[in-house]
Design a protein around this ligand. Structure first.
Ligand code: HEC
Ligand code: HEC
Ligand code: HEC
Ligand code: HEC
Ligand code: HEC
Length: 404
């Protein structure tokens, strides 16, 4: 490619270069990034379907700070420059010098745009054919991602708290950052194309797989189930573990939830009873009224407090007990527990996401009396006997006193 063509492709908006320019030498990374939610952060139809209902210019500019960050940086809020519509683009991320998650001042994210590209390698390990390089330890830290993945609105409310969920969870302490999970090494591509510089260094994935990826979500949770008949029907014990996710499950925008469905079926596999349980974060506006999924714009702009939050923390296991009332099928009954990831944004046509995350089935066992239960019954009996004796003694004393 000629230098002339690069000039033609790169749109210089205060020094930002188009991703097309980067593609000339980093075609592997470009091929991963171009289909990522970062590349689509502005054009994403889900974002657009909500963004159209945001009317106040100041509010729209706020959305653009993360969804079209170049436009906010160069104050091209009408997105006249093509580069403003590239979403979270290469040159934006590789110009970041400061990132303060949750900060609401202008210092939340700072950039130095120009000839120097900031990345994970020290310059002495690289050739500077194309641009200068600077070693940026920040690019390997969660704070870098947290600058956008911790959304604090004008009420000081944390609309999305992926970064702080990570920070409070078990991964932060063991030094496992967002990049470790979301940007794994990808040995298919060299960091720069062979025609530019031959290198043995391979890329870290720029596909940023998350909630829009069935593969990523499919691995995030594990589930197991035990089921037994009881005196009053049947009881299923379901264990749901956030085994792989580095933050709450689910994280991100509050319109996402997990749905646990526990179904009891007869010997022919015909469902006879079913119960559901949701894991989600419910939020309310300043008046305390819940903001529902059909008002995602309100979630961002006007959420002011948490009504409830039963999402599953990193590495946490939930134990859910589900009761089924009689009559129940005889021999051969089974109980299935199914965990689904649900995100139903108000898209025209009602398109949404519903992924199966994990499932497990158990036979409905005959009633046993496990030792702990017998022990529990004996203890309860002793407590009851003790209480009755105490009550009887007490009564005798008062009656005695009263009649004397
Ligand atoms: C003319 C070719 C060329 C173009 C165009 C180009 N790069 Fe590079 N880039 C390189 C080379 C060469 C290296 C060093 C590779 C090596 O020596 O192994 C590099 C390295 C990098 C690094 C690693 C820096 C570090 O210190 O870890 C980043 C980040 C980077 N480029 C970003 C970009 C971005 C963003 C663009 C588009 C705005 C871009 N590059 C455009 C050739 C190019
Ligand atoms: C400049 C702001 C910005 C930075 C910095 C940033 N992101 Fe994002 N990211 C976004 C936006 C905006 C979206 C949502 C796009 C959409 O769905 O409309 C997103 C989407 C994602 C998704 C996809 C979510 C899904 O639902 O599929 C993942 C995963 C992700 N980012 C991870 C990261 C990681 C890891 C880092 C740090 C290496 C990072 N992001 C840095 C703004 C940013
Ligand atoms: C959301 C921010 C973000 C975007 C967008 C992004 N990068 Fe990166 N990039 C990173 C981070 C963070 C690393 C370091 C990852 C690591 O080493 O764990 C990185 C690493 C790199 C490296 C060093 C080699 C490697 O893969 O680790 C190059 C070169 C690079 N990026 C180029 C690009 C190009 C070209 C684009 C656009 C096609 C791009 N980046 C888009 C954040 C981003
Ligand atoms: C231990 C691995 C791990 C770490 C660390 C991790 N994530 Fe994730 N992330 C996942 C998995 C697995 C999923 C898919 C399941 C889910 O939605 O939680 C995911 C999903 C996401 C999503 C999609 C949200 C959704 O609900 O659809 C975003 C955005 C995201 N992560 C960003 C981040 C950011 C930002 C950090 C760092 C602050 C981070 N992740 C740290 C594993 C990790
Ligand atoms: C501080 C950064 C930030 C600001 C400000 C912000 N967002 Fe986002 N938004 C994100 C990130 C990061 C994600 C992706 C997280 C995820 O998918 O879990 C996202 C996701 C979304 C999604 C879901 C997209 C999808 O496909 O799943 C919608 C819709 C959305 N934002 C709308 C808005 C609107 C409207 C505004 C302004 C009123 C706004 N956002 C302001 C960072 C921001």
């Amino acid at each position: 490619m000629t230098a002339v063509l690069w000039v033609g492709l790169s749109v210089s908006a205060q020094g930002f270069e188009s991703s097309k320019r980067c593609e000339e030498c980093h075609s592997g990374i470009y091929s991963e990034w171009k289909d990522s939610m970062h590349a689509l952060s502005y054009s994403d139809p889900v974002f657009q379907s909500v963004f159209v209902s945001v009317k106040v210019p100041r509010d729209r500019q706020w959305c653009q700070e993360c969804h079209a960050p170049v436009s906010a940086q160069v104050r091209d809020y009408d997105l006249k420059q093509p580069i403003s519509r590239e979403g979270v683009t290469c040159d934006y991320c590789h110009s970041v010098t400061q990132a303060l998650p949750g900060d609401t001042s202008a210092g939340r994210i700072r950039l130095q745009v120009g000839d120097v590209k900031r990345g994970p390698f020290p310059p002495e390990e690289l050739t500077e054919k194309g641009h200068k390089n600077a070693h940026s330890p920040l690019h390997l830290k969660a704070e870098f991602c947290g600058a956008c993945h911790e959304v604090v609105n004008r009420h000081g409310f944390h609309v999305m708290s992926t970064y702080s969920e990570w920070k409070q969870g078990s991964y932060a302490g063991s030094g496992i950052a967002c990049q470790n999970c979301h940007m794994p090494e990808d040995i298919r591509f060299p960091i720069v194309d062979a025609h530019v510089v031959p290198t043995t260094k391979t890329v870290t994935s720029h596909a940023s797989l998350g909630g829009h990826s069935q593969i990523r979500v499919g691995n995030a949770a594990t589930i197991s189930v035990l089921a037994e008949r009881t005196a009053a029907g049947a009881e299923a014990v379901v264990y749901v573990t956030n085994s792989e996710s580095g933050h709450s499950l689910p994280t991100g925008i509050p319109a996402r939830k997990l749905l646990l469905t526990v179904t009891l079926s007869d010997a022919n596999g015909k469902p006879v009873r079913s119960q559901e349980l949701e894991y989600r974060r419910a939020i309310a506006d300043t008046t305390g009224k819940e903001i529902t999924n059909d008002r995602i714009d309100e979630m961002f702009l006007n959420a002011a407090r948490v009504l409830s939050d039963n999402r599953i923390a990193p590495k946490e296991t939930r134990r859910e007990i589900i009761h089924f009332e009689p009559p129940l099928p005889e021999e051969g009954a089974t109980v299935e527990a199914k965990l689904q990831y649900v995100f139903l944004p108000p898209l025209p046509g009602g398109a949404g996401m519903r992924f199966l995350m994990a499932a497990a089935t158990a036979e409905l066992k005959a009633r046993t009396a496990p030792v702990w239960r017998q022990g529990g019954a004996v203890a309860a009996l002793l407590v009851a006997v003790g209480f009755l004796t105490w009550l009887a003694l007490r009564r005798r004393r008062t009656t005695g006193g009263g009649t004397a």
